[in-house]
Structure formats: structure tokens, C-alpha cells
Design a protein around this ligand. Structure first.
Ligand SMILES: C[S@@+](CC[C@H](N)C(=O)[O-])C[C@H]1O[C@@H](n2cnc3c(N)ncnc32)[C@H](O)[C@@H]1O
Ligand code: SF4
Ligand code: SF4
Length: 454
């Protein structure tokens, strides 16, 4: 037996340490003395832990033999293999966009006004979708409209045909839009209301803050348009997810934005939800100056949230991937599994169709044909080697992650980041995951103490 590699230790007071077993989900408080004994644990030497505690530590998987740990990991792997996988067909009618958001990861790609999908592409895209659904026939499929900006007036015909084809196949459709032209799509959206799962619109703060970030090419802000689109969709009883991309520039105004959501009558509407999401720079370009590392961002977000205690059920943190599992462990709900995979791209659960005719595993790869996993124009052809590279990347296939104590909370990091930063999908970029988890634990520390001593 040895001390499990999968334990996260967190000091909650001078004499007590919280121990989280990321493999089993067990969580216990130990004294400093036991903690030090565990650090010095040597099964063939003198063990300074009493028999009862020792047995409990074994039972809860803190002391474990190598074979049992491997078996447990295999069980989780098998659970993942059995779990229903999804297949999202992410369709980008164009990379072009009417806005110039300051932090957009697509950068210059959105300034290119040449590529738009047309009616022939609807036929090609759905022919490819039909084939891929046969190949991955056990998966639940859906369609995501993405871009660039998908809801541009000139895309109306395309969007209408796409919705018709999706309805013909009973595929739910999600729409990711900047929300500028929703008024011009209301007839269409109403007609396909049963088919539309949700519309995601980004709103980054109160007017003065949002307008600095999400603006037209002429620098004019978009706050008014975006807010009226959100209200319109809610009136149509279409589910709206408001996404707030958070960084140094807007983190301190989350409370003002929340108050705006309340006065607009959105909070409490059953069709309204809101996700806070970190602004990311997965390629580590370093060109956008307001990005905060996630651990610092979490600290600042929680400071803001303290000023609006009523917001905790409204402003969700699900886009902070590395916190999902630990949050579910701490709340004693085991609904979120340990993370074997960082994101959907690693199970080929996203197939991104670009207006350039290529298919990508991840939206961040769009426009870079060297990173394509296939093409749908003139007809479907997958690149087998590329498919193999993305599919199944997990903490069990990446050497560094296999040995990492927080692997099951991290999932092995962003594959696109590994590719662009290190040139190898199997050379992970750790992205301060450990610090982010500890920043979160700092915030919930008082609750943890209360819960553990209750
Ligand atoms: C690139 S946009 C394309 C769709 C549409 N134009 C829109 O803005 O929703 C897709 C999503 O990425 C988000 N996004 C853009 N740049 C980002 C970044 N650097 N970090 C995190 N999210 C980003 C947007 O807020 C949006 O939710
Ligand atoms: S609206 Fe979307 S695609 Fe356009 S610049 Fe903003 S985030 Fe990028
Ligand atoms: S990416 Fe880094 S932190 Fe995450 S599991 Fe791999 S080695 Fe650990």
C-alpha cells in the first residue's frame, strides 16, 4: 500500500487539513499530525498512525495499492466508454462577422468577407451529417449554428434551409450569436421554436463596459441591440443563455450587470440562464491585455459575487471546466464525473463545418486547414490520422498527465493549446489548474469548515 497519488491536500486551519480523493470523491479532514505521518508513510517502516485511522484511510482509498488504483482508473475509463457520447455538428455559414470584439479568438478570420455557405452547401453538409451519424450511430446528435456571425441578414436563406433539414432529422439546434440581427429572424425562430434548444448571446457587462468590448467596426457599442434581442427571445419563450466573457476589464462590474438582468425582468424567467466564462488565449498569443489567469479571475469573480448574494443560482460557473468535478464533490452530489478528457474535442464530439469546406475537431482550429480532420466539399472525406490524433486523448494517454495528482480535476488541458504552444497534442499546457482549484477552495473554505464540523 502507498499514499494515493490522487489526493489533494488543502489546509483549512492551523491543525486541520482537508483531503480530497479525486479518484473516489471521498473528502475528509485530518490533523496536521496525521498529514505529516502520511507524507512520511513507509509501509515497511514504523507507521505513526493508529490502527482505526489507518483502516479508515485504506477504506476511503487514501492508502491504496498500485493495482487497485489502476483498477479504479480502468473502471472510470469503462464508465466513460459506456456513457452516451454526443455528436454536435457545429455549422459555420461564414467566418465573417459584423462585430470587432476586442478579445475574439477568431481574430482576423472574421474580417474576411469572402466565404459564405449556400444552398448547395446545405445539401453537402447534411449528406456528410447523415454519413457521420451512420458511423457514430450510438451517439445523440445535434446541430450548433456558429461562426463568425451566423445570424447575418444575408445568411437568412441558409439558416432557414438548415432549420428545415434539422427538423426533418429531429436534430435539436443551438444558436451561438452576437444577437445583433435577432429582430430580422423572429419569424423564422418562432416557426422553428420546437426545434431550437437554445440561443446563446454574449453580454459582457453594463452598457459602458460591454460597449468597450463588443462593438461594430465603426467602434459603436452593441449593448442596446443585444439587450433588446435577449428580451425578444424571452418573449418568444425561446431559451436564452447569456454568456458573460470575464476578464480584468469587466470582472468588477458583474454585480452591476446582474442588477441590470434583474431590472430587465430576465432573472426569474424560466427561459433565462447565465454562464460566466473566462476569456481564453489558448494559443498564448498574448495580444489581448486584459486576460487574467483563471485562478486570479476566480478570486476576483467571487469578490464581485459577495456583493450580490442573490445571484448564486443565476450566474453559473460551468464554463470553468476544472471546477466542475471539485464543485460536485464538495456539494456531495456525484453527478459530475472525474475529468478523463478536458473537452468534447477529445472524444470527437464536435465536428465543426467551416465555409472553407473543411471539418475541424475544435472551433479554435477553424480556418487552419492543416488542423482539419476532414472535408465535406465536394463530399465527405475524413483524414484518418488527424481523427486518430484527436479522438480518445485523455489523462490516460498523455504521459505527463497520467502521473499528475490533479489529473482527474483537470482532464489533461486543452488539446488545441498543446498543439499550438508545444507542437504536440500530447505535450499538455497546464494553464494554472492547480492554482485555480486552490483559489476556489479558498473561497468555499468557510462553508467547508462548517460542513465538516456540523
Ligand atoms: C467566436 S464567437 C462566434 C459566434 C458569434 N459571433 C458570437 O459572438 O456568439 C463564439 C463564442 O466565443 C466566445 N468568445 C470569443 N472569443 C473568446 C475568447 N477569447 N475567450 C472566450 N470566449 C470567446 C464568444 O463570446 C461566443 O460566445
Ligand atoms: S461577434 Fe463573435 S465572431 Fe464576431 S468578433 Fe465578436 S466574438 Fe468574434
Ligand atoms: S495538463 Fe497539467 S495539470 Fe492537467 S492533468 Fe496534465 S499535467 Fe496535470
Amino acid at each position: 500500500m502507498e499514499v494515493s497519488k490522487r489526493i489533494l491536500f488543502y489546509r483549512i486551519s492551523d491543525d486541520s487539513i482537508l483531503m480530497i480523493n479525486t479518484l473516489t470523491g471521498a473528502m475528509d479532514i485530518i490533523t496536521s499530525q496525521i498529514y505529516h505521518s502520511l507524507l512520511e508513510y513507509n509501509p515497511s517502516g514504523y507507521i505513526q498512525i493508529d490502527e482505526v485511522t489507518l483502516n479508515r484511510l485504506k477504506k476511503r482509498g487514501y492508502l491504496i495499492d498500485k493495482a487497485s488504483e489502476v483498477k479504479l482508473l480502468q473502471t472510470i475509463d469503462a464508465m466513460y466508454a459506456k456513457a452516451e457520447k454526443r455528436l454536435s455538428f457545429v455549422i459555420c455559414p461564414t467566418y465573417s462577422c459584423n462585430l470587432r470584439c476586442t478579445y475574439c479568438f477568431e481574430g482576423g478570420l472574421t474580417h474576411d468577407n469572402r466565404l459564405y455557405m449556400d444552398s448547395k452547401d446545405v445539401v453537402r453538409v447534411f449528406a456528410a451529417i447523415d454519413k457521420l451519424r451512420q458511423v457514430y450511430n450510438k451517439r445523440k446528435s445535434s446541430v450548433d449554428l456558429f461562426g463568425g456571425e451566423p445570424m447575418l441578414p444575408r445568411n437568412k436563406g441558409f439558416v432557414s434551409e438548415l432549420l428545415r433539414e434539422a427538423r426533418g432529422r429531429s436534430l435539436p439546434v443551438s444558436i451561438v450569436t452576437n444577437g445583433i440581427h435577432i429582430e430580422q429572424f423572429t419569424g423564422l425562430l418562432s416557426a422553428y421554436k420546437d426545434q431550437i434548444k437554445l440561443v446563446q448571446i454574449t453580454l459582457d457587462g453594463p452598457k459602458d463596459v460591454h460597449d468597450k468590448r463588443r462593438k461594430f467596426a465603426n467602434n459603436k457599442g452593441t449593448f442596446g441591440k443585444v439587450c433588446s434581442s435577449i428580451s425578444t427571445l424571452l418573449e418568444l419563450q425561446i431559451k436564452v443563455v447569456v454568456r458573460v466573457n470575464v476578464d480584468l476589464q469587466n470582472v468588477d462590474s458583474i454585480d452591476q450587470l446582474f442588477n441590470h438582468m434583474v431590472t430587465s425582468g430576465w432573472v426569474g424567467n424560466p427561459y433565462f440562464t447565465c454562464d460566466l466564462s473566462p476569456v481564453q488565449d489558448h494559443a498564448l498569443k498574448g495580444t489581448y491585455k486584459f486576460i487574467l489567469p483563471e485562478d486570479m479571475l476566480i478570486e476576483r469573480i467571487f469578490e464581485s459575487l459577495k456583493r450580490i448574494p442573490d445571484s448564486s443560482n443565476v450566474l453559473q460557473l460551468n464554463m470553468f471546466r476544472t471546477l466542475r468535478h471539485i464543485k460536485s464533490v464538495l456539494s456531495n452530489s456525484r453527478s459530475v464525473q472525474p475529468l478523463l478528457y478536458y473537452c468534447e474535442a477529445n472524444n470527437l464530439e464536435n465536428m465543426v463545418f467551416g465555409p472553407d469546406g473543411y471539418i475541424y475537431a475544435c472551433t479554435e482550429c477553424m480556418g487552419n486547414e492543416e488542423l482539419a480532420i476532414g472535408k465535406f466539399r465536394p463530399r465527405l472525406k475524413m483524414h484518418d490520422e488527424a481523427v486518430k490524433m484527436w479522438d480518445g486523448r485523455s489523462i490516460l494517454t498523455v504521459n505527463k498527465c497520467r502521473e499528475c495528482d490533479i489529473a482527474l480535476l483537470c482532464g489533461g488541458g486543452c488539446a488545441y493549446s498543446a498543439l499550438t504552444v508545444n507542437g504536440d497534442i500530447n505535450e499538455p499546457v497546464c494553464n494554472r489548474t492547480r492554482e485555480t482549484i486552490f483559489a476556489y477552495l479558498d473561497y468555499v473554505r468557510d462553508d467547508l469548515i462548517k460542513k465538516t464540523y456540523a
